[in-house]
Design a binder for this molecule. Structure first.
Ligand code: FES
Length: 136
């Protein structure tokens, strides 16, 4: 009897672990990017970008990546690929934006480096005012 109860508990734990293993990535994939503000412009503190290479934002209902280039300043680019609209991802190690759908690559100015994208990523205006970064 004890052995049977133990095996039932182990099977339940294994089932829950398996369920979590499949659900967690799905939930992370479907959850929206961090939305910092609403309206035409988004303002964040410079401190929010310290020690971080990039930050995903929503500006005017457009997914935007804000890239911290260290001493070379900050750039903001639309994450919407100009090929078929997939969301590009910033690769810190490669210092490029890469589209996961058809492997288009963009430099940090948004220009096409490789792949089928017909034009550059849309550049988003960035203004530095004191301790604030204004995007949009
Ligand atoms: Fe980005 Fe096709 S959608 S390369």
């Amino acid at each position: 009897m004890k052995r049977r109860a133990f095996l039932k508990k182990m099977a339940a734990a294994l089932g829950l672990t398996t369920l979590f293993t499949f659900l967690y990535p799905a939930i992370r994939f479907l959850s929206p990017a961090k939305s910092v503000g609403s309206g035409e412009k988004v303002t964040i503190s410079k401190r929010d970008l310290q020690g971080v290479s990039s930050m995903d934002l929503i500006v005017n209902n457009t997914p935007v990546v804000l890239i911290n280039r260290g001493g070379q300043g900050v750039v903001a680019l639309s994450r919407v690929c100009t090929h078929l609209g997939c969301l590009v991802v910033y690769s810190d190690s490669r210092e490029k934006l890469v589209c996961p759908c058809h492997a288009a690559e963009f430099n940090l100015e948004g220009k096409v480096l490789a792949g089928p994208a017909p034009r550059a990523l849309e550049s988003i205006n960035v203004t530095l005012e004191g301790d604030q970064i204004i995007i949009g």
